[in-house]
Design a protein around this ligand. Structure first.
Ligand code: B4P
Length: 187
């Protein structure tokens, strides 16, 4: 099964992706995690990405696509995947389409997790107390939400045209949201 997870920062994409992959035995491919790993490894790519991420902006499409191509070419991605954090804009959606065409595969689901903006700010503020992510400060989170509204929200329409979007109510407990996702994936 090939799934794309869409939703604002803090909507629970990463959290839900981990639960889906555990049950289905497919890899979790998070462009945010791949970028944070490049930063931790202090690669040239990581150094360039850090400045952009700390401002709450999107890293260049070419950098992220390059990383994604490498990850999708690994053996474990052949049986399916959960893509978390990609595509983040329409250009990336089109790039992904070309990449999947080349591999002769199609997406099965685009799950759009919907959460009220005030709730995502509160969730990320809580995460900021527990984890040390330099893009989780309030100003940067507000900017990430604005970037989402302008650049990422239109990606849902791209997938609506393919009739693969399911909207998931993202408030409530992590288990409740997961149950809603399971109901869609079972259908
Ligand atoms: P991401 O890593 O994708 O970060 P995110 O949008 O904040 O989502 P994340 O998955 O971490 O959080 P989640 O909603 O699960 O991106 C970070 C940055 O990387 C971007 O700003 C950008 O600069 C760059 N980037 C990534 N992909 C890119 C791309 N394709 N192109 C360009 N740039 C890219 O969870 C948030 C918090 O909510 C957690 O603490 C969690 O515990 C909590 N939570 C989740 N579900 C909950 C629930 N039901 N109730 C209460 N709390 C909940």
């Amino acid at each position: 099964m090939r799934i794309v997870l869409l939703g604002a920062p803090g909507s629970g994409k990463g959290t839900q992706a981990k639960l889906i992959v555990k049950e289905r035995g497919i890899p979790h491919i998070s462009t945010g995690d791949l970028l944070r790993q490049a930063i931790a490894d202090e690669t040239e790519l990581g150094k360039a990405a850090k400045k952009v991420m700390d401002a709450g902006e999107l890293v260049s499409d070419e950098i992220v696509l390059g990383m994604l191509k490498d990850r999708l070419s690994k053996d474990d991605a052949q049986k399916g995947f959960v893509l978390d954090g990609f595509p983040r804009n329409l250009t990336q959606a089109e790039m992904l389409e070309d990449l999947l065409d080349d591999l002769n595969i199609e997406l099965d689901h685009a799950l759009l997790i919907q959460v009220d903006p005030d709730e995502v700010v509160a969730r990320i503020a809580k995460r900021a107390e527990e984890e040390d992510r330099s893009d989780d400060t309030e100003d940067v989170v507000r900017n990430r939400l604005e970037v989402y509204r302008k650049q990422t929200a239109p990606v849902a329409d791209f997938y609506r045209k393919q009739d693969i979007v399911s909207e998931i109510h993202g408030s409530g407990s992590i288990e409740q949201v997961h149950d809603r996702i399971q109901a869609v994936l079972r259908f």
